[in-house]
Design a protein around this ligand. Sequence first.
Ligand code: PXL
Length: 273
Amino acid sequence: MHPPPLPAVLVFAGTDPTGGAGLQADILTLSSLGCHPLSVVTAVTVQDTVGVDDYLPIDPEWIADQARGVLEDMPVAAIKVGMIGSVEAVAAIAEVVSDYPDIPLVLDPVLTSGRGDPLASDELLDALRDLLLPQTTVLTPNSMEARRLAEDLDEETDDPDLDECATRLLDMGCEYVLITGAHEQGAQVSNTLYNDQGVVQRLEWDRLPGSYHGSGCTLASAVAALLALGQDMEAAVREAQEYTYQTLKNAYRPGMGQFIPDRLYWVRGDDED
Ligand code: PXL
């Protein structure tokens, strides 16, 4: 007898040959947490652990066809969207997911690499706001991405705090926003989950010393996995942070740049916690 299938999570993401971020990070995270990863390539990147040198966006029709193939073949328990690569691809993904409104959608707005290399144009941001945020169950920006997505370009002196950014992003139509605080100052990192009632959950974490490649992808994929496994949003966001924190504590530095989270840290079995 075969076991029943694992809950399937469909990921739209760019590839990362280092294995640190992007599709490879998503596949490792979903597998580690007991889900079956379905992977749609949106872009191919050229990068090392220091930064992204270039990327090739995949034809939007190819993105839609990859996704429709698996969505029509099997039940999908959650969808996660990471790097998208072109405005046309945002539109293609938005159209595909609009046919599946009951599947929770985790949107990680990948706007730059860890080094700050641009991975999204202003036009792509507009398309995200208009086409994907209204279909998003939980948006997972870091504080810099939250400010950039929420800023009002008509207001020259606009400088919203993170609570105000969350309000604006919720007004654009997503159900929850999880803003991560690793880029803010302080000994603690504060990650806050909001919905239209305000702050739902704020968790504080000791700041870890390294610079990590793929922490945001790991967190967003973990949220998608835990939603797929049937957890409610608060529990999924809490457990996803606990998992991500362990992957960062166990991160290693395979190259000359950033540390890479160990999504399979528990296989090693030598962590004291
Ligand atoms: O960590 C964000 C990210 C997501 N996806 C891809 C990336 C990066 C950062 O470099 O390369 C493909």
